[in-house]
Design a protein around this ligand. Structure first.
Ligand SMILES: [Zn+2]
Ligand SMILES: [Zn+2]
Length: 297
């Protein structure tokens, strides 16, 4: 049973513990039944999020226990907090963007040592047999389990993950940076795998949240010029984008978006548009702003 230690709805913050001072040691076979903190969605509906104590998770065969060092707050987490996310399977510990250190392993795990610094995939599991899994599109598997949604996630001291979901962190990558690996993967997937962007292209990105910012960065590193669109409430985000090199920003609630793109591209339209806002108006704006034979992702 869980014991509530704080009953009001609370929101987690990105946190980072100090770097490990010790070198990785051999894998610790975990057997104690201690408790840990976990921010859990207890049932469907608005709120229903509590910081509670739960037993430390125990890694089963092929699983590794990770001590969470840094975790990011996704837009999905906000939707879950407000009861506006459909696929949730509560009660569940939230958090799917995270990095940490190996802290115990179940039977059959080889090659990982306590203290190793890791980033973790957000997919907790998939069937491995369906058409999508065989095509490498495990995120589309109808039986997929996702951390923080249908499997206990990372807004907790510890999380148990399959061994194959771990990725070692280079020394130069901090835990805080590594917590962005999951949304960065989304951006890399969109720009490098789902579009045929070429150097010299001009792309439109709608929505300057984490995904939009990272899509803009990956597109720029691919040689494209970026037009990033947001609304008045996104002012700070658009300023951040400008400070990090995005060529053009547009307030789509002040200026007609297709007209702005037409102005910036001298009438040609965007070679590709990446819709990262998740709203219908942005999809329509992208369709109107992309050039003939352009792409919308
Ligand atoms: Zn996310
Ligand atoms: Zn599958």
């Amino acid at each position: 049973m869980t014991r509530s230690i704080r009953t009001r709805t609370s929101t987690p913050f990105i946190s980072e513990r100090s770097r490990l001072a010790t070198k990785p040691s051999r894998v610790h076979r975990y057997s104690r039944r201690d408790c840990m903190r976990a921010l859990r969605k207890l049932k469907l509906g608005p709120g229903e999020v509590e910081l509670v104590e739960v037993p430390d998770p125990q890694p089963a065969r092929g699983e590794v226990r990770v001590r969470v060092e840094s975790a990011g707050i996704c837009g999905t987490d906000i939707h879950i907090l407000h009861g506006a996310y459909g696929n949730l399977q509560p009660p569940v510990t939230l958090g799917h963007e995270f990095a940490g250190v190996v802290a115990g392993a179940g039977p059959g795990v080889h090659g990982w040592s306590d203290g190793e610094r890791v980033a973790v995939e957000s997919l907790a599991g998939s069937c491995g047999r369906c058409r999508d899994c065989r095509a490498g599109e495990t995120q589309c598997c109808p039986e997929r389990r996702a951390f923080g949604i249908s499997a206990d996630g990372a807004f907790a001291d510890y999380v148990v993950v399959r061994e194959t979901a771990l990725h070692r962190l280079p020394d130069g990558v901090s835990f805080r940076q590594a917590a962005l690996a999951e949304p960065l993967c989304v951006a890399v997937h969109a720009v490098l795998e789902k579009s045929s962007l070429r150097a010299g292209d001009t792309v439109l990105v709608t929505g300057p949240g984490t995904i939009g910012q990272l899509v803009a960065q990956v597109a720029r590193l691919s040689g494209a010029a970026v037009i990033l669109a947001g609304t008045a409430k996104d002012r700070e985000r658009l300023e951040l984008a400008t400070a990090t090199g995005t060529e053009h920003t547009v307030f789509s609630d002040r200026e007609d978006l297709p007209a702005a793109v037409e102005r910036i591209t001298a009438g040609r339209g965007a070679d590709a548009a990446f819709e990262c806002a998740g709203v219908g108006a942005a999809v329509r704006g992208c369709l109107a702003a992309v050039r003939k034979a352009g792409q919308l992702v």
